[in-house]
Structure formats: C-alpha cells, structure tokens
Design a protein around this ligand. Structure first.
Ligand SMILES: Cc1ncc(COP(=O)(O)O)c(C=O)c1O
Length: 498
C-alpha cells in the first residue's frame, strides 16, 4: 500500500499539521510522489516523472544495494559512536582517501547544516576569532548560525546582517560585477575578498573563516572562474583565517572528472575544512566535516567533548559505504561526464534557437540554464522560468528555478541520468520555449504578458514577480557583437574545468 490518504486529504492534513513555511514544489498544484526508482518518480496515479532535480538520490532513487546495506546493518546493530565499530573507521578511511592527504579527520553529522555549523565551530576555536566572509546569495543551511552567513536567506527575511558577517560578491561571470569580457575575473573577484579582509582588519576585527560552495547552487548554478579559489585562499590564510569548502550539494563525483568540485581548481588548491551531506547517504540522513589534524586538535584542546547521538551510527556508515561502492562500480563519474557533456551540447543548440536562453553553464551533471528577457541586457526572465517549470511538470519532467532572480533552471539529477533522458528533457524544453516565444513574438522585447502565463496554473507570486522586476540588474553590454563574443568566452571559462 503506497497511500494512507487520498491526495486531497494529504494536502488538507499537511495544511493543518505542517508548518506553513515548509513549502512544497509546485505550490498551486503539488505532486504527490508515492515511490521512486533510479531517475524516475511516480505519483499516486502511477504517472512517471523524469527527475532532474534530486541530487540527494545520487546513485538513483531506492538503489537496491543501498537498501540492502541499510537493512542488513539495521537487523544487526544500530548504536552511537561511543562504541568501537568497524564501519565508522572504514567509512572515515574511505572518505579521507578521496581527499587531499592533509584532510584526514572526520566528524559525522546528520545533515549538511550540522556539518557547516560544526565547521564554523572548528574554525572559530582554531583561530579564536568570530568573523566569517561569505559569498553573496550563498545558502549554507537552516540553523541560526548558518542563516547568519546565508545571504540567500537573511536578505529575504527580516534578519539583518550581523556585524561579524562579511559578504563578498559571488563570482558570477555572466551577470555579476565582473563578467566574461573582463581580462581576469578570477583576480577581480578575489580582490574583492582581499579588500574585505583589509577592511575587517582596519576596523580592529579578525577573520576566522571564508566559506563558499565549490560551485554555488541556490545562488544560480555559478561556476567560479579558474584561479579564484587559490587567490582567495592566499588572502584568507594571510589574514589567519581558514577556508571552508561547502560540498554539501556538489560533491561525490557530480562534476564527473573529480570526486570533489573544489578539485576542479587544481591540486594547488586545498581547503582547510570540507563539509559534505545530501548525496552522501542517497536520501539517508548522513553528513560529515573533514578537516586537518591540526584544526581537529585545536578543537579538542578546548576540553569540550563533541558528541552527536546519530552522527556516524553503523547504519549511516553502511549506507555511506554502499554509496561509495556504487559510484565506483557503476562508473557514475564517467556517466556524469558523458551525459553532462551531451546535455550541455544539446542545450547549447537550444540556446542558438531560443532568445529566452541567455546562458548555459555547467560541469558534469550540474547545469544551469539562465533565462533572460533580453539577451543584451541579460534581464532575468523570472516569471518565464516559473512558467517553464510548470509546463515541464505537465510534460512529466521535474525541474526547479533558483538564483537571486529565480530565473535559472537547475539541473542536478541522480547520477544514473542517461542520454535518452537528456534528449527527452531537452525536447520538452524546446517545445515549451517555442510556444512561449511565439506567444510573445509580436512584442518588441521578450517580455511575456500575464495573459500568456495565465493559461498555465501558476502560483500567485509569479504574477507579482512579473510586474516587480525593477530590482533587477540591467547592466547593458555595449554591442550585440560583443555580447555574442562574451557569451562564447563565458562558455570557454566554464569549459576549462572539463
Ligand atoms: C550548499 C548547502 N549547504 C548546506 C545545506 C544544508 O543541508 P541540510 O539541508 O542537509 O541541512 C544545503 C541545503 O540545501 C546546501 O545547499
């Protein structure tokens, strides 16, 4: 039996008993998912959806080997890490082996938020300071300590930025402060961090850490330019801070060639702390912080014990080990490279056809489609993006839109995604964009009317967003020719990491 309640009753009970700030996908017409397998999810009627968004179901939904490992260990023993257990040390050993040598000490937690919170504690204890530099539009988790360093959240809510938090521009070479036509965007963005470091020191404060996702996810599928992290690390280390790489979304081989996304930046860049989560347990709640011996020793020198009831329990470790085996045995990194490259190729063909597509960026199975109303101004097509994801859902493809303007279609499917899936997804997108562009072809600019959107069931706030775009950066490029060239250069920047 898959259902306890009919869909309407599930919805009514959810409204009654679940906090209203816990949002569902497709709020106006939510989907009830009752089972899933590989890259497919099934609703209560048995309809199949192609899942392009569940990076948590990393090796495929309900992978039989993961289920088997969990069940086997669950039948035998589940307890905490105060008892000696082989799977805890084996898992720590296997994870360390995927990382540069100096990252050898693990702390297991239950969520990415717990991992990032602990990473902050480690850095602050090690350095004896409080201040943190974070990137604009970053999201690092839902705990109070992380909302404080997540502009993605605190800029939307009533919270104000704390005095110990410093926000650096996010290194977005498509829509950010320094773009692909800049001679050296990596240095330009890193210099912004350097300036913040100097300002902090001039005001008598000291930094504990710089934290960044190796590729920004919620921030709009942003791939930092090559060389950026090296330079930032130099300035941060120079000021006595530590570098925390948040790999909660983008780790475990998603980028294909490398196991960790930070490794795309070259062997001369090694963070001091790496946090990981989501894909780690393929849906089972397990996360981890890995750091150096030196930082770990400084943490224990405070005298305070670190204990986490569920962190590193035998079932989580068995699940985590199964995930590592599957990534290797099924060559999922190779698949991410092959299918990711193919998908990017198909999407670039779409870009040549559709004026709504401003930029395609990505590595492996981490891809963003930046929708714009105007190619030259790069005006984010927020309402259009919402329209597209609702229409894709009608075609049984699950996508989401994110980024500061919610105009970037995010693609981060389970790693078993195939070329056929990629082709199917792109065909549906092509058709939706064609209809949308035809409906707006009589307009001078690529702006869609509410009438066009109203043909689809849409959340009310989408209509509001349509008329409240005035906060959007409309920095123009000087000519169409240069714009075309810039876009090519931008693609090249992303390609350096392949
Ligand atoms: C980059 C990043 N870090 C940390 C977290 C927090 O992870 P969790 O939701 O498992 O607490 C998230 C969650 O979306 C995330 O995207």
């Amino acid at each position: 039996m898959c259902e306890l309640y009919c869909k309407q009753d599930t919805l009514a009970l959810r409204k009654k008993h679940i906090g209203p700030s816990c949002k569902v996908f497709f709020a106006e017409d939510p989907i009830k998912i009752v089972r899933a397998q590989r890259q497919y999810m099934f609703d209560e009627k048995g309809d199949q959806y192609l899942d392009c968004i569940s990076n948590v179901a990393h090796v495929g939904h309900c992978h039989p080997e993961v289920v088997k490992a969990a069940l086997k260990q669950m039948k035998l023993l589940n307890t905490n890490s105060r008892f000696l257990h082989d799977s805890l040390v084996e898992y720590a050993k296997r994870l360390s082996a995927t990382l540069p040598e100096k990252l050898s000490v693990c702390y297991f937690t239950n969520s990415g938020s717990e991992a990032n919170d602990l990473a902050l504690r480690l850095a602050r204890q090690y350095r004896g300071h409080q201040d943190v530099i974070t990137l604009d539009h970053a999201y690092h988790g839902h705990l109070s300590s992380l909302i404080e360093i997540s502009p993605y959240k605190f800029q939307k809510g009533k919270d104000v930025k704390k005095e110990f938090v410093h926000v650096a521009p996010h290194p977005d070479t498509y829509r950010g402060k320094y773009r692909e036509n800049h001679a050296d965007p990596a240095s330009a963005y890193a210099n912004e961090v350097k300036k913040i470091v100097e300002d902090i020191h001039n005001s008598g404060r000291k930094i504990a850490a710089f934290i960044a996702e190796s590729m920004q996810s919620c921030g709009g599928q942003i791939i930092p330019p090559a060389g950026y992290f090296q330079k930032v690390a130099e300035y941060v280390h120079g000021a006595g801070g530590v570098f925390i790489a948040d790999e909660v979304q983008v780790g475990f081989g998603r980028v294909g060639k490398h196991f960790w996304s930070f490794q795309m930046h070259g062997e001369d860049f090694v963070p001091d702390i790496v946090t990981m989560g989501k894909p780690m347990g393929n849906g089972h709640p397990v996360a981890c912080v890995v750091t150096t011996k030196e930082i770990a020793e400084a943490f224990s020198s405070s005298g305070m014990e670190y204990f986490n009831t569920y962190g590193g329990n035998p079932v989580s470790c068995a699940v985590g080990l199964a995930v590592l085996d599957i990534i290797e045995n099924e060559d999922l990194q190779g698949n991410a490279t092959r299918v990711g490259n193919y998908l990017i190729e198909l999407l670039n063909e779409q870009k040549a056809k559709h004026t709504l597509i401003g930029d395609i960026r990505g590595v492996g199975l981490f891809i963003g489609i930046d929708l714009v109303k105007d190619q030259q101004k790069r005006t984010p097509a927020t309402a259009e993006a919402q329209h597209v994801i609702y229409k894709m859902k009608e075609k049984r493809v699950l996508l989401s839109a994110d980024g500061p303007h919610r105009n970037v279609l995010k693609i981060k499917p389970p790693m078993c995604f195939t070329e056929e899936d990629a082709k199917f997804m792109v065909e549906q997108l092509d058709e939706i964009l064609r209809v949308l562009e035809e409906a707006t072809s009589d307009k001078s600019e690529n702006v869609i009317s509410e009438e066009t959107l109203c043909r689809t069931k849409m959340p009310k706030n989408v209509h509001l967003e349509l008329s409240s775009d005035n906060s959007i950066d409309t920095k123009e490029n000087s000519s169409r020719k240069r714009n075309g060239l810039c876009i090519d250069e931008h693609s090249l920047l992303s390609k350096r990491f392949e």
